[in-house]
Design a protein around this ligand. Structure first.
Ligand SMILES: Nc1ncnc2c1ncn2[C@@H]1O[C@H](COP(=O)(O)OP(=O)(O)OP(=O)(O)O)[C@@H](O)[C@H]1O
Ligand SMILES: [Mg+2]
Length: 400
């Protein structure tokens, strides 16, 4: 089924998607939910998130354009994982008129409009197709209590760590972790999305050669103090180049997300500015971290704290945090797995019921069509018999 889906999606153009809803309009693109209408698709009702990248605003050789394409370039190199948004396909095709009215004002007339001589112009756009998930973590948290109960907090953090650990196997760092860039699946799992700032490192130590002007991550609120410090130093250095060690970046970002998910706020109100010295060093003491409420188990609070260790050499790694969480809360992990499987079972049962319903509908239609065909054959027989009679009768009459 997956191979068939992949084969079908690999032949797709934007016209092959029926747009249902605009989900998000960001700086870099517009995301819509859509179904794929290509005949032969194994599940025509399946929802996808189709992203139109605003690359058509830049010429083909521009560096900005490469940055836009970074997302699918990185995702296409890694195997699918439950906690990483599933990437299916990318293509360049004419921007369908159904997309145009939803584009931001400054882009709309560029995508489809009139040129100076009044001729209609339609442009091609870069599209990327992902699995659709119903909500972002930010929206999901909106109707939840603060502090968030331990069970969902634990499960979301474990998902994030699992997704990041999977990326790390491919020497990939997301580099723009935040509540908007995490989706929540129908089964309630956290799924990483928006890989526009991600980076695949040349070596497993996750050290990046930095040159003045290179982008470093997507949002500073989730960049670790060591990265910002290294960045500030390189920026101030004479040649403006050197290396930045990203090996413990994602662990710190998850540490921030623990606070944002649990308490709805960043652990430091004015990060990084409020913690930056005149020489560009970002620092704080472990004791400065706001405590997580006592309602969370002590071992969890301690792992959360270790994720935010200001000294990257002493900060717990993503892999180690995952291991410790599993050791400390084996029941939670098991219970979650059972819940996940039950949710999957429910989804499969629902799909089966729908398929059975459709099958019986089709069978009823077939029976009706067979009856109609039989009736038509009978009528045809009657008519031809009647025609013959008339011919014979007419012939006899003619001879008289
Ligand atoms: N696969 C998906 N399923 C459902 N919603 C999605 C999906 N991918 C993205 N979204 C929604 O669309 C929003 C924008 O997507 P994304 O972050 O990938 O684009 P972006 O252009 O980088 O946006 P921004 O500049 O706001 O970060 C996300 O915050 C999320 O709410
Ligand atoms: Mg985003």
């Amino acid at each position: 089924m997956e191979v068939l889906e992949l084969n079908v999606l690999n032949t797709a153009t934007a016209e092959d998607f029926k747009v249902l809803e605009v989900i998000g309009v960001g700086q870099h693109g517009m995301v819509v939910s859509a179904t794929c209408t290509i005949p032969g698709h194994p599940n025509p009702e399946k929802l996808y998130a189709v992203k139109l990248l605003f690359t058509f605003m830049h010429d083909f050789t521009s560096a900005i354009r490469n940055a836009y394409e970074n997302e699918w370039a990185v995702l296409s190199k890694i195997l699918p994982h439950k906690n990483v948004v599933r990437y299916w396909a990318q293509f360049i095709s004419l921007i369908p008129l159904s997309f145009v009215p939803h584009l931001p004002d400054y882009i709309r007339s560029y995508a489809a409009g009139k040129d100076r001589s009044g001729e209609s112009v339609r442009r091609k756009g870069q599209f990327v197709v992902f699995d659709y998930h119903p909500t972002s973590l930010r929206s999901w948290l909106q109707d939840r209590p603060v502090p968030l109960p331990f069970e969902p907090l634990f499960s979301l953090i474990q998902d994030l760590l699992r997704g990041i650990a999977h990326l790390q196997q491919y020497r990939v760092a997301h580099l723009d972790l935040k509540l908007d860039n995490v989706l929540v699946s129908a089964e309630g799992s956290a799924v990483l999305c928006d890989f526009g700032c991600s980076h695949q490192f040349a070596t497993p130590d996750m050290i990046m050669s930095y040159r003045h002007g290179n982008p470093v991550g997507g949002n500073k609120a989730h960049l670790s103090p060591d990265i910002i410090t290294q960045y500030n130093h390189l920026k101030q250095s004479k040649d403006g180049q050197g290396e930045i060690d990203f090996s413990q970046q994602e662990a710190w970002a998850v540490g921030v997300l623990v606070h944002e998910i649990a308490m709805g706020r960043h652990p430091f109100v004015d990060y990084p500015l409020g913690l930056t010295s005149a020489r560009g060093v970002v620092s704080y003491a472990l004791e400065d971290l706001p405590p997580l409420p006592d309602q969370y188990p002590k071992s969890f609070r301690s792992i959360a704290r270790e994720l935010l260790h200001p000294d990257m050499a002493r900060r717990i790694s993503v892999k180690e945090a995952l291991k410790q969480l599993q050791l400390c809360f084996p029941k939670s992990a098991e219970r979650r797995e059972v819940e996940r499987l039950l949710a999957q079972l429910k989804a499969v049962q629902l799909a089966r019921d729908l398929a059975e319903q459709k099958a019986s509908q089709l069978m009823a239609e077939r029976d009706k069509a067979l009856l109609e065909a039989r009736e038509a054959r009978r009528e045809l027989k009657e008519y031809s018999a009647r025609c013959k009679e008339l011919e014979q009768g007419g012939g006899e009459g003619g001879r008289e």
